[in-house]
Design a protein around this ligand. Structure first.
Ligand SMILES: *Cc1c(COP(=O)(O)O)cnc(C)c1O
Length: 381
């Protein structure tokens, strides 16, 4: 990475930062799977201070360099999964610290935060992020160390104003982490809006092919909080393997194309089913009727994402009937792949879930839009 490198993000992703392998001239990144690296006769590491792969593996570092560039950050770290990355952040806090997060957010992380914070004496307030001033009211200056925001929030796609939350977070001396899994660096750069750290489940859009589990963090500053998270990764060991990192690099070569297509397909579905007789509501930040459409438009200049939810007329039964009838959308969890998926989140999350049971979450892929709309139409008929 040099100061004179003026390539734009889509170019960096397509070229895997520096895809030419100097050893062979190959046009794709090389895989270097060594776990250990030699020292010279003076017992100094022979190359770049490399000693051991847990935190110094070259192929994951290549992918980290690319991600840091795409998000406009100082440094990036890859983990074995999104959860490994998210938990490494929370575990950088100490007993007595306090976290503010949203009541509607990625379900597994929400559930883990509740039990971990209770076990380890960390305060946790889950707020209704759609209410103005909700974060500010919950932040306890001096005690709140971390504010965790997910926008658009899974699976209602509520929009949180990152710049506004960054202001109140920093006024209290806390760090703001933004889960940008659904947004990707293609649509928005949370660090530029004031976030301190961007989180990705790279399992989703970044890899994009539903065949790698990975997590990522990108930081605005290489500060003591980042150093603590780095220590967690090194010592707890939830690192990404070399082969997964290589697949992730390959997936990211088409990131911009994939995300653009997912966005245009999702927008077409949202517009088609907005006001449809079988649908009570379409939840998608790209619709002008979305309560925070204006914030979304400002905050996500690249597009509104490939995720949306439909509230089906007729409640739980009608929603489940529609899911059962779909043929092109696959009934499966997860999101951000090239294939379209559908999920009835209320069934998956169980009785404690705040998610209405007439809601279907769609992860819109890159298929022909006419097939996707026809599939939904016939399943709702
Ligand atoms: C999937 C997901 C996670 C968790 O990531 P894993 O890679 O599954 O561990 C966190 N946040 C969001 C928004 C997700 O979609």
């Amino acid at each position: 990475m040099t100061d004179s490198d003026t390539r734009r993000p889509a170019t960096l992703a397509a070229q895997s930062l520096e895809s030419i392998d100097p050893a062979s001239g190959g046009v794709v990144p090389a895989i270097q799977p060594s776990t250990t690296f030699v020292r010279d006769r003076d017992y100094e590491p022979l190359v770049d201070g490399r000693i051991y792969a847990r935190d110094q593996a070259p192929t994951p570092e290549h992918a980290e360099g690319l991600l840091a560039r795409l998000e406009g950050g100082k440094d990036a770290m890859l983990f074995a999964s999104g959860m490994a990355a998210a938990t490494a952040v929370v575990q950088a806090l100490r007993p007595g610290d306090h976290i503010v997060a949203q009541d509607v957010m990625y379900w597994t992380l929400r559930a883990w935060m509740i039990s971990f914070c209770a076990d380890w004496g960390i305060g946790l307030d889950l707020v209704d992020g759609t209410k103005d001033g909700a974060f500010e009211a919950a932040i306890k200056p001096g005690q709140t160390k971390l504010v965790w925001v997910e926008t658009p929030a899974n699976p209602t796609w509520d929009i949180i104003d990152i710049a506004a939350v960054a202001k109140v977070t920093h006024a209290a001396g806390a760090k703001l982490v933004v889960d940008s899994t659904v947004v990707t660096p293609v649509l928005s750069q949370p660090l530029a809006l004031g976030a301190d750290i961007v989180f990705h489940s790279a399992t989703k859009y970044l890899n994009g092919h539903s065949d790698v589990l990975a997590g990522a963090l990108v930081t605005a500053e290489d500060d003591p909080f980042w150093a603590r998270i780095k220590d967690n990764r090194l010592n707890i060991g939830g690192v990404l393997g070399t082969f997964e990192a290589w697949l992730l690099l390959r997936g990211m070569r088409t990131l911009y194309l994939r995300v653009e297509r997912c966005c245009s397909n999702a927008m077409a579905i949202a517009c088609h089913f907005d006001g449809h007789p079988a649908i009570d509501a379409v939840l998608y930040p790209g619709l002008e009727s979305h309560p925070r459409h204006a914030v979304a438009r400002h905050q996500m200049p690249g597009g509104f994402g490939g995720m949306l939810s439909l509230r089906v007329k007729g409640g739980r039964e009608a929603a489940l009937r529609c899911v059962a009838n779909l043929r092109c959308f696959q009934r499966a969890t997860s999101l951000g792949g090239v294939e379209s998926l559908v999920e009835h989140r209320a069934s998956v999350e169980g009785p404690d879930s705040p998610i209405p049971d007439d809601m279907l979450r769609l992860s819109v892929g890159i298929e022909d839009i006419d097939d996707l709309i026809a599939d939904l139409e016939s399943a709702l008929a």
